[in-house]
Design a protein around this ligand. Structure first.
Ligand code: SF4
Length: 364
């Protein structure tokens, strides 16, 4: 997301038309990301227009006043997922502003006072892993009344990549183990987006679980692949536009062939090839997405063969079996073949490099 660029927002009519079309074709669950969704002047009107759909709103919580929270409860079809990146100091440093943490907590409390289903999301990185990936933090969230949380991991992409903040392979496994163990121990729901019930990695874009629409209406494979060949304003409607998109299909299939992990982190060269092949346009306001892609070096992602950690809790095993798995996206892929070995080698090299870097840090 280009947070420093001029603001863009999709108008209410286009949003309503898009959601209506998606609902007609059986999709009734939508994630709304930003920028900051609560800065959209018609967000609540949008939610109110679709009582037969459910929305998860990814937010920093700072614009959720008591009045907004009350309206959210009255509308009744949205769960705010509030981003908390650390306790006070870390959170303010990550967001580059003062008092972020307190404002976020005020938004969180407003939601909880209204009895809204509310979650807390954390992008785990070097500066917050020790502080937030522990049972005490989960117990604190439970004591506050938070219903669920989501730990995803920081990905160094975009104009200001911070690879030094990214987790090492060992830390990625540590986060996965923490999530699996806490699910079986602590009474709070924990969401993740990168593993099936057996602990095998997956990519929500490759598996077709989700694609992303940016603030200009451009349909991107996922939020960090900021290229598109189609827009939601296409007169065919979003269902036909996405179904017939050779660009999206190629992205799903090519990345599934090469990795169960994140194609952007592991194979930026493949992403570039696909963008060039389809003549896709840069969908950022800054217009530098290709240069950013070219500046990336391949690194490991959630796909760490041999490190799979299956779910311990029966409910997650059961839920993932039916509702969150790879949906056979990798059935045709042979991740041991010569072609896919290249990805595995790059992943291994990236993992080695990270381990060495970590060892250096420990020594230093
Ligand atoms: S390409 Fe990477 S960031 Fe995008 S959905 Fe897949 S795993 Fe997530």
């Amino acid at each position: 997301m280009d947070v420093e660029a001029e603001r863009n927002a999709i108008d209410l009519e286009t949003l309503n038309r898009t959601i209506e079309d998606a609902k007609e074709h059986g999709n009734a669950f939508f994630g709304i990301l930003g920028g900051e969704p609560f800065m959209h002047p018609e967000l609540l009107d949008l939610l109110a227009a679709h009582p037969d759909a459910y929305f998860q709103v990814f937010t920093n919580g700072q614009f959720i006043t008591d009045k907004v929270a009350r309206r959210l409860r009255q509308i009744g079809n949205a769960t705010p997922l509030i981003s908390i990146e650390g306790r006070e100091m870390v959170s303010d440093a990550r967001r580059g502003k003062k008092d972020v943490f307190n404002k976020t907590i005020r938004g969180l409390e407003a939601c909880l006072r209204e009895g809204i289903l509310t979650g807390v999301a954390t992008s785990v990185c070097q500066t917050n892993i020790d502080e937030l990936c522990n049972e005490a933090w989960l117990r604190e969230l439970i004591a506050r009344g938070v219903h669920y949380c989501w730990f995803h991991t920081y990905r160094p992409v975009g104009p200001k990549m911070n690879p030094q903040l990214a987790l090492t392979p060992e830390q990625l496994v540590r986060v996965r183990r923490f999530v699996v163990e806490m699910r079986a121990k602590v009474p709070i729901a924990i969401i993740d987006a990168y593993y099936d019930g057996e602990g095998r990695a997956l990519c929500p874009m490759s598996t077709g679980i989700s694609h992303h629409v940016n603030p200009k209406g451009e349909i991107e494979p996922c939020p960090i692949i900021q290229f598109a060949t189609e827009n939601i304003r296409d007169s065919r409607g979003i269902f036909a536009t996405m179904r017939d998109s050779a660009f999206l299909r190629d992205f799903r299939e090519l990345s599934a062939q090469h990795t169960r992990g994140c194609v952007v982190l592991e194979r930026p060269d493949l992403v570039k090839d696909l963008v060039v092949k389809h003549g896709a346009r840069d969908t950022t306001m800054r217009g530098t997405a290709m240069a950013e892609l070219e500046a990336m070096t391949p690194r490991f992602s959630q796909w760490l063969p041999g490190e799979e950690i299956p779910e311990q809790h029966w409910m997650y095993r059961w839920a993932k079996k039916y509702w969150f798995n790879d949906f056979n996206a990798y059935t045709k892929a042979d991740h041991d073949s010569t072609v896919q070995r290249k990805t595995r080698e790059l992943v291994a090299a990236g993992a080695r490099e990270a381990s060495e870097r970590e060892a250096e840090l420990v020594k230093g």
